[in-house]
Design a protein around this ligand. Sequence first.
Ligand SMILES: Cc1cc2nc3c(=O)[nH]c(=O)nc-3n(C[C@H](O)[C@H](O)[C@H](O)COP(=O)(O)O)c2cc1C
Length: 206
Amino acid sequence: MASTELRKADFTTRQDPLPLFGDWLDEAGEAEPNDPNAAALATCGADGLPDVRMVLLKGFDARGFVFYTNFESRKGEELRENMQAAMCFHWKSLRRQVRLRGPVAQVSDAEADEYFASRARASRIGAWASKQSRPLESRFALEKEVAKYTAKFAVGDIPRPPHWSGFRIAPVYIEFWKDGAFRLHDRIVFQREPEEEVWTKTRLYP
Ligand SMILES: Cc1cc2nc3c(=O)[nH]c(=O)nc-3n(C[C@H](O)[C@H](O)[C@H](O)COP(=O)(O)O)c2cc1C
């Protein structure tokens, strides 16, 4: 379906959340000025205090929704303590929201290697140089780390750092929200048991 037709179509009749998510992400790619794949990622470590920050979605399929990060970052620590997370996409230009939640697993080393290898050389060096979420004395200290790894990897491939990989959220809940007049929005939610394939769809009050 062309994107204008999709935009007019009634999404609440859709029966499968993944193709619907794919259509909305594609439309966001056309409508949003930046980062249509950006999502707020919520985690909650052992202290029970929720945390949230943006990440970029780097893939999704029947297995789940993947993002990449430093495993020694705050989010990495929180996920180690509690392998569950939620994501929320908000596409302002389209007035749409998608939220999902579920258990989290680490992606395979092969999958992470493949994605890491696709990144710009400077980004790969940055992954080595940044001790993400730990105190940094100065911008200069970061630049020294970048220079150190630039020299170290001056020749040949840059391997993926052992502390850098991807997480996959396997959603048990995916909700689609679309703005409606006078706050009478449309909401549908797809739910399933962990590791089940069949989704149950419910419409929710706005
Ligand atoms: C639009 C956007 C996309 C981002 N994407 C990522 C990402 O994919 N991975 C990542 O580690 N940090 C990403 N960040 C930075 C995170 O929001 C965050 O600052 C960083 O990961 C440290 O978070 P933590 O201390 O909770 O671990 C992104 C920030 C923005 C604003």
